[in-house]
Every structure is written in C-alpha cells, then in structure tokens.
Design a protein around this ligand. Structure first.
Ligand SMILES: Nc1ncnc2c1ncn2[C@@H]1O[C@H](COP(=O)(O)OP(=O)(O)OP(=O)(O)O)[C@@H](O)[C@H]1O
Ligand code: SF4
Ligand SMILES: [Mg+2]
Length: 393
C-alpha cells in the first residue's frame, strides 16, 4: 500500500505558515522516504512515506513499536542500509544536499561533515581488536587529515569531553576493558569526532542500567547544547521522550502517524495509536516507562492492508479506514470529539515548551485536511480519518 503519490514523493518547499512556527531552515529534512527490501517473496516496503525534520539545537524524539521503521530511517540517512534495501522514493536533504539523488562523492562529503550516529549496542558497533583511541582517531584523521600524534591528542580530548576518566592512560585500551556506560561514551566520542551538526542516537541507553542511562542522556543533552546540534533521539522510553524532546514523531508501520511539539503530542494526542501509547502509561510514574504493549500486532510489511494500517487495532475504525489511507494535518484546535477524548498527559514539559498551535490557529484557523507535500517544520500532523472533515458522517 502506498500513500497518495503527491504526498509521498513530493519535494518539500518552505511554506508561509510554517515560517510562523520555526524560523530556521531544518538541518535535516526527510520527506516522503520510501524504502524497500528485496526478499525471497519479492520487494517489501518497510518505509512508506516518512517525513521529519531536525533543527539546530532541537531534539526530535522518534517513537514507535518494534519494527515500525525507526532504525531503517536512521540508516537511510546515514547511508548504511543493508545491500538488500533500496530507497525507492522521497528525499533526504542535509543542508541542501539531497542524499537520495546526489552523486556518491557529494553524499559522502555531506554526511561526513554533518551527521553522525550513536548505536544501541556499543560492544558490537566497536571493533574488539582495535584500541578505542585508535577507533576514535580513525574518524578524526579521515575527516581532518591529521597526523597520528594529532589524532591521538584529539582522541584524548574527545574522551575527556564525554567524561571518560583517565583518558590519556586509556586511549590504548580495548573495548572489552570498558564498562557498558563507558563504551557508550566511546561511541559518542567517535560520533563527535566528525563534529556533526546532526546526531542520531538510536536507542543509545537501552543496554544500560538506569543510573548510567541518566548519565548518558545528560551527556547527550549537554553536548547538544554546547555544540548547538540537532539531535534525533530514537527511543522506546517515554520518560526519555518527556525529558528530552522538543518535537515528537510517532511511527507506525513504516510511516509517521503523528507529529508535533512535545507539549502538543503529550497534551493532546490525536492519533488513536498515540493515545493508546500514552493512555496506558501511569502518569506520575512516567519516568522510566517503556512503550506499553497494545493489543494486536502491526501489519506484516509484506502484506500491508489497504486503508489505514492501524485499523485492525483501532477502537475508532470507520468504513473509510479500510479503503483510504489517511493523510491529514491541521491547524487550530483539535475537533471537539477528539479533543474531549484525547486525555493527554499534563506534561511538565508543557510548561516549558510554548505551544505554537494558537499562532497557527490564529492565522489559519480550524482543521485542514492535507494540502500535499511533507509536514513543515514543527507542523502539527496526524494521519487519521477522524481528523478529516466529514469523514465520520
Ligand atoms: N535486513 C532486513 N531485511 C528485511 N527486512 C528488514 C531488514 N531490516 C529491517 N527489516 C524490516 O524493516 C522494518 C523496520 O525495521 P527497523 O529495524 O527500522 O525497526 P525499528 O522501529 O527500529 O524497531 P526496534 O524498535 O525493534 O529497533 C521491520 O519490519 C523489519 O523487519
Ligand atoms: S484512520 Fe481510522 S483506523 Fe486509522 S487510526 Fe484513524 S480512526 Fe483508526
Ligand atoms: Mg531499531
């Protein structure tokens, strides 16, 4: 199943209403991204029109059940998809370069200069037979053409920056000589060696115990502030989302089903999937809560049904949900019936993050069905027929 072509593959132009919400152009803009895997049963579409944007100095949390496509999206951005995968639609723009269409040398230069990734499992991401300093130095030297001695100095400096004690003495140690938390710091140092503008952290703390998790998250937040980076935080932990995100993108079955500022998504979740995720989390104990299980399972990507992929699990499914894929965004307040039920979390983040919905509402007013193209910067979006005017009649 595919979304409407104009929505899935359109090139995104800045829109006037978007400028109200976010003045800076995004550092990274994924629009209508489609990825297929070649399998024995034929091509399988695992990303079916993913849109998100990352801004300087902001954190975008990407959440969703296992298999929803969070890591495949990150790998597509990094250019490290498996050989069996192909990008078959959409664009990935990094500071103006379309990483899908540009020449390989241009892509490599753009990625090398601007984006880096921290993986979940540092032990398997690090080479066990090379000293950690060397692995950090390798990144430095490739980027800057440094001498060995300069590279070593830089590696020690980076290890210091990420809080590895006795960095000078440990620059020659091997990955297995570090604890899990320290290995994750090594991974972060490797990523920083590229001096990235955008850092993608794919479940960076799930393999760690709670205290170390908090330290690593604090480190990422501090580094983001110091370096004014855009951060993509892929996580299952709603506490991490509540404490770190400026924007949230909720993924389901290879697409973003809801997007908005953290205060909006926590405060007035619009998509039934988001509401199911948030509704079953005990509110006062938000910290440390992982995404809850929701009855049923996501569709098999090799046999995605027509219409809305969430419909077999959705308590509010309507006939139209079986026939038309929903693609909706809106400005202004939620329609009454949804707003009443939304039952969002009275997130403390709501106090810290101003909700821009009112500004947009003042300008555009009310509900608007999709106008084509990918959502703009910080635009409130949910792909659900409940938000389409007249769909319930
Ligand atoms: N090498 C592969 N071959 C075929 N399908 C794959 C391959 N790698 C991933 N997929 C499929 O792509 C989809 C998205 O996977 P992805 O790893 O992005 O999920 P995820 O959201 O990161 O999940 P998790 O939270 O478990 O990490 C899944 O359906 C998965 O089965
Ligand atoms: S489009 Fe229909 S089935 Fe899908 S989430 Fe909305 S109400 Fe539920
Ligand atoms: Mg993953």
């Amino acid at each position: 199943m595919t979304l409407d072509d104009d929505v899935v593959t359109g090139t995104v132009e800045p829109r006037a209403d978007v400028a109200v919400r976010q003045a800076d152009p995004p550092l990274l803009e994924v629009a209508g991204l489609r990825v297929q895997f070649r399998t024995a049963r034929g091509p399988v579409t695992v990303l079916d029109g993913v849109d998100y944007q990352v801004h300087r100095g902001r954190t975008l949390a990407v959440v969703g059940e296992s298999g929803s496509g969070k890591s495949v999206t990150a790998r597509a951005i990094m250019g490290i998809l498996p050989r069996t995968a192909s990008i078959v639609g959409g664009s990935i723009r990094l500071a103006g370069v379309d990483l899908v269409r540009a020449r390989e040398s241009v892509r490599r230069a753009a990625r090398g200069a601007r984006v880096a990734m921290v993986f979940q499992d540092a032990l398997s991401a690090l080479n066990p037979v090379l000293p950690v300093g060397y692995q950090i130095v390798e990144g430095c030297r490739r980027k800057g053409g440094m001498s060995r001695a300069e590279g070593r100095r830089r590696a020690v400096e980076l290890m210091d920056q990420v809080g590895i004690p006795a960095a000078r003495a440990r620059v020659g140690a091997f990955p297995h000589e570090f604890s899990g938390g320290m290995r994750q710091r090594v991974m972060i140092a490797m990523a920083l060696a590229r001096d990235p503008e955008v850092l993608i952290a794919d479940e960076p703390t799930t393999a760690l115990d709670v205290t170390i998790q908090a330290q690593i998250l604090r480190l990422l937040a501090d580094l983001q502030t110091q370096r004014n980076m855009g951060l993509v935080m892929i996580t299952h932990d709603m506490g991490v989302v509540a404490n770190t995100a400026d924007e949230i993108a909720v993924m389901y079955a290879g697409r973003i089903v809801e997007q908005g500022s953290a205060s909006e998504v926590f405060g007035t979740p619009a998509h039934p999937y988001t509401r199911a995720l948030l509704g079953s989390i005990p509110r006062p104990e938000l910290r440390g809560q992982r995404l809850p299980a929701i009855a049923g399972s996501p569709p098999d990507p090799s046999a995605t049904p027509s219409g809305c992929p969430f419909r077999s699990r959705c308590p509010q499914a309507m006939p139209v949900c079986g026939t038309r894929p929903p693609v909706v965004r809106w400005r202004g307040p939620l329609p009454g019936s949804i707003g009443d039920e939304a039952g969002g979390l009275d997130a403390r983040i709501g106090d810290e993050t101003s909700s821009p919905r009112a500004e947009i509402g003042d300008e555009a007013g009310g509900l608007a069905s999709d106008a084509g193209g990918a959502p703009g910067s910080g635009e409130r979006m949910a792909a659900c027929h409940l938000l389409t005017p007249g769909a319930q009649s």
